[in-house]
Write a protein that binds this ligand. Structure first.
Ligand code: UD1
Ligand code: UDP
Length: 381
């Protein structure tokens, strides 16, 4: 069975590591993987570092599409992916998450009648002003097999008309929908010990275990509105000052650019506590997550990793697709005003949650996905 995998943005490279690892270790005699990198992310610390560190096979092809307006970027990806699919003729196209690279893959493959497998299916924010919400919906509704990491994802798909438990073979008009756990959880379990051995990030930034806040910000709703961006930086700074605690912020290049462009200021008293650093590698990120006291983030992946490593999270957004972590009380949606947001952080620092049930699977989602794709491939022969 031959699959083409599309990656492009940082979290997809990381997610794809789990499936590639399962293929190499358990399915190499049955599954051949051809990896296409769209080039959506291209800085060394947004792309190449993950291939070096996580042992992911190098992409067979990089489309080098780079940054740009949604239409131009997505169109260039569709064109490149279409050509490759016509040449490679895979049995499945495997797509991750909800980026423009995901959308481009879904459009290209569905027109060529190549069955789509969507990993991280069914997630919804119910906010169609997010580009990702449109990308997810298009991808799910073009897929032959969908793998959802959560029960909520399955419920969302049911509500959109998909039937659960239908018989094989699956096609785009008769899709298979599975709740299988989260490939990101597979990765966090797999790399946690290696991170302890290899990462020097705590020493490099003079951070003491369980005595700092980890923060990330990159969503366009936060970065592209200067008042909102300044509000978030004020809240981080004022939490640091109020609790005299270090805050480390590995900054996405999008946010870095907007900080400079809008001349966003950090309050003087927080400058010795708030460290803004370039994006870090995955092992460094895991290390920061494992040893933090609190995570403040607008990232989908990072809010879940907070849960995997039993850390409270403040989600710097008005809604989340990962509602389970909020329902369990281990995460909250950020308050709208600064004083309340600082108070949320102080509350979690002083009263961290202790119950983190296993809701993201058993660390073997990737194996389940490989086996299900293979079973369906055989059913289609
Ligand atoms: C994209 C995804 C988002 C995901 C995020 C993960 C879409 C619509 N959005 O957002 O869902 O959460 O990736 O990180 O697909 N840039 C660089 N170097 C890079 C990459 C980006 O400087 O290697 C800068 C460029 O100025 C670019 C901007 O970041 O214009 C945004 O990059 P883009 O890939 O368009 O969107 P993200 O915000 O990264
Ligand atoms: N990540 C990383 N280095 C960083 C920031 C994030 O390795 O400096 C990892 C993080 O651990 C998670 C993934 O990138 O696995 C999340 O990606 P991102 O926040 O860019 O996107 P999202 O998940 O919101 O789509």
């Amino acid at each position: 069975m031959k699959i083409v995998t599309i990656i492009g943005a940082r979290p997809q490279i990381i997610k794809a590591a789990a499936l590639s690892r399962a293929i190499v270790s358990s399915y190499s005699h049955e599954i051949e993987e051809y990896i296409v990198h769209t080039g959506q992310h291209y800085d060394d610390n947004m792309s190449e570092v993950f291939f070096r560190e996580l042992g992911i096979p190098k992409p067979d092809k990089n489309l080098n599409v780079g940054s740009g307006l949604h239409g131009k970027q997505t169109a260039a990806m569709i064109e490149g992916i279409e050509e490759i699919l016509m040449d490679v003729k895979p049995d499945y196209l495997v797509l991750y998450g909800d980026t423009n690279s995901t959308l481009a893959g879904a459009v290209a493959a569905s027109k060529l009648l190549i069955p789509i497998v969507h990993i991280e299916a069914g997630l919804r924010s119910f906010n169609k002003t997010m580009p990702e919400e449109i990308n997810r919906i298009v991808c799910d509704h073009s897929s032959a097999i969908m793998f959802s990491p959560t029960e909520t994802g399955i419920r969302n798909l049911k509500n959109e008309g998909f039937s659960i438990g239908v018989e094989m073979p699956y096609t785009s008009d008769h899709a298979g929908v599975f709740h299988c756990g989260d490939v990101m959880y597979d990765n966090s379990l797999f790399f946690a010990d290696l991170a302890e051995k290899e990462s020097r990030v705590l020493d490099e930034h003079k951070l003491k275990s369980k005595a700092f806040i980890l923060a990330t910000i990159h969503r366009n709703q936060n970065t592209d509105e200067p008042v909102r961006l300044q509000f978030l930086f004020n809240a981080l700074a004022n939490t640091a000052i109020a609790e005299n605690i270090d805050v480390i912020l590995p900054l996405h290049p999008r946010t870095q650019k907007m900080l400079e462009q809008n001349n966003i200021q950090i309050p003087e008293k927080a400058k010795s506590l708030l460290q803004i650093i370039p994006p870090v590698s995955f092992l460094d990120m895991i290390m920061l997550e494992k040893h933090s006291s609190l995570i403040m983030t607008d990232s989908g992946g990072v809010q879940k990793e907070a849960f995997f490593f039993k850390k409270p999270a403040i989600i710097l957004r008005p809604e989340t697709e990962w509602v389970e972590i909020v329902e369990h009380g281990t995460a909250v949606l950020a308050a709208k005003n600064e004083a309340d947001l600082v108070q949320q952080a102080i509350q979690y620092l002083h009263h961290p949650p202790t119950e983190f049930p296993e809701i993201f699977g058993d660390g073997k989602a990737a194996e389940f996905i490989c086996q299900t794709m293979l079973d369906n491939y055989k059913a289609l022969q």
